[in-house]
Ligand binder design. Sequence first.
Ligand SMILES: NC(=O)c1ccc[n+]([C@@H]2O[C@H](COP(=O)([O-])OP(=O)(O)OC[C@H]3O[C@@H](n4cnc5c(N)ncnc54)[C@H](O)[C@@H]3O)[C@@H](O)[C@H]2O)c1
Length: 347
Amino acid sequence: MTTTLVTGGAGFIGSRVVRRLVELGHHVVVADYLHPQVHPETSAPTRLPPEVRFQAIDLTHAPSVDSIVRSTLPDVVVHLAAETGTGQSLTEASRHAKVNVLGTTHLLDAFTNRGHVPDRMVLASSRAIYGEGAWIGEDGTVVYPRQRRPEDFAAGRWDPVVDGLVLRPLPHRASVTQPRPTNVYAVTKLAQEHLVTVWCDAHDVDTAVLRLQNVYGPGQTATNPYTGVLTLFAVRAARGQAIEVYEDGRILRDFVFVDDVVDEIVRAVDGTERGMLRDIGSGRPSTILETARIIAELAGSPEPVVTGAYRLGDVRAAHAAEGGTGRTPLREGLARLVASMGTARSS
Ligand SMILES: NC(=O)c1ccc[n+]([C@@H]2O[C@H](COP(=O)([O-])OP(=O)(O)OC[C@H]3O[C@@H](n4cnc5c(N)ncnc54)[C@H](O)[C@@H]3O)[C@@H](O)[C@H]2O)c1
């Protein structure tokens, strides 16, 4: 039987990954300290199957990480635990670095300390590592716009401009697009990629690094104001309030349904493809406004309002070049999200 250690296994994505791995016959151990911003109401993770061994472990505490690795000797590690606030990371840099960077090195050191290496390590990285990503001008010039500054936002200059070129965003391609983080969270996710890859290469451990686009679906915490924009939209719509949309409503995102992401993570755990570095998205970009409108329609709430507000560190556009076949259509996924709030129209 494969023993799989899932860090962050009590979270939004992790709890679903864990359930699937249990169904597939893995012996699953979860290391998660139940971050109060994500789990405000629980002292024990209610959504994990009973077969799972749960350990309330904070990755920033090296002796605890040593102890779980020593007692588990996992064959596979799925590393999901992280501080995930993009905007928040610009004012709480150390917290993000401590958990995402130091927490990851504690995990790697724990294996060295025990003299055991896993067969594979799967890391949930993020599309955030690309920052604004690559944009292309009408003349075919490809540029990497710098991070938007407070004066750009204040002046309503939403789209990046480089050398006066009219630009459109190119999709992310892991093999081509250069990482250019625009917030501390993104820097720490890129650091995680490097840490896991160099350590695993040195110890002959197979790696799968999955750069997730914006994951949505039922089960994401509604109490964390820093992540999960569609969950926050759905909560607002469920209260009958108008969804407030930032900038001019034309921020572009690739919303990928959580079950589709879980499929990819489980496939990566299988290890059929070695040394994997991959973007995980739907491959279909949507504006924030059109997405908010679908949620409002499904929930029967008022028309969304474009506020012109903004958040430092946010990028204008992000989407993956490819989705997979069988990805959940946006409208279907949003209907499931809205229904999970108990507000879906019966029509
Ligand atoms: N949800 C998305 O849209 C998205 C997009 C890109 C990447 N990701 C990545 O996917 C992973 C999972 O994200 P999620 O959306 O399920 O987030 P989540 O916040 O629901 O889950 C993360 C889990 O990690 C745990 N955790 C946080 N700090 C910890 C620590 N110090 N020690 C132990 N556990 C800790 C939390 O308690 C939580 O259960 C993260 O690594 C995130 O960076 C998510």
